[in-house]
Design a protein around this ligand. Structure first.
Ligand SMILES: Cc1cc2nc3c(=O)[nH]c(=O)nc-3n(C[C@H](O)[C@H](O)[C@H](O)COP(=O)(O)O)c2cc1C
Length: 167
């Protein structure tokens, strides 16, 4: 199958995760195109899509929402499988992760953009291939926690196998 991975990144963490997911999907037999948002247009006939956004103050980023609404809302995408990915801070207490705070000193995290990308894509008429996927950074701007790129690669392989199996 032909898949599209579209990500937005500010500090590069989302690029690493998105490219690892794409590699996993390729390893399980899919032909992948990876684009960094914003893009003018996405041409091509794709069977599924992966969309990734950082989390900023509990929200997915504007260019990602715009991309979904402008490019994935049409009849061509209706009913096609998607994977929603969010990067952000890990919840406090998990594996010793400290609680990060936002600029007003309040707690923030954890990678809520994953759920928001998921519901935007569902509202656009696409069909989830997996629950919202969160990947974690160890500080406000990264880097990724150890093992996250490998986890992303594994996710790509797993979803790729399921899609190839027709589920
Ligand atoms: C100003 C600011 C606010 C942030 N707010 C949140 C937040 O509310 N929740 C969260 O999980 N991560 C938050 N983060 C961490 C970002 O999600 C993290 O920088 C991003 O996921 C890294 O992805 P990127 O390198 O692809 O841009 C924030 C980071 C910054 C700089």
């Amino acid at each position: 199958m032909k898949g599209l991975v579209a990500y937005y990144t500010k500090y590069g963490n989302g690029k690493i995760i998105s490219e690892a997911i794409a590699r996993g999907l390729e390893e399980s037999g899919n032909e992948m195109t990876v684009v960094s948002l914003p893009v003018k247009d996405v041409s091509g006939d794709y069977d599924f899509v992966v969309v990734s956004s950082p989390t900023r103050f509990g929200k997915m980023l504007g260019p990602v929402k715009k991309f979904i609404r402008k490019n994935l809302g049409g009849a061509a995408w209706r009913g096609k499988p998607f994977v929603a990915v969010g990067t952000g801070l890990r919840p406090a207490g998990e594996d010793g992760a400290p609680q990060e705070t936002d600029e007003s000193g309040g707690p923030c995290g954890p990678a809520e953009s994953a759920e928001q990308v998921y519901s935007e894509l569902e509202s656009a008429g696409l069909k989830p291939a997996a629950p919202p996927q969160k990947f974690f950074v160890s500080g406000m701007k990264g880097p990724l926690w150890e093992g996250e790129p490998e986890r992303a690669l594994g996710l790509g392989r797993e979803v790729g196998r399921e899609l190839a199996g027709g589920s």
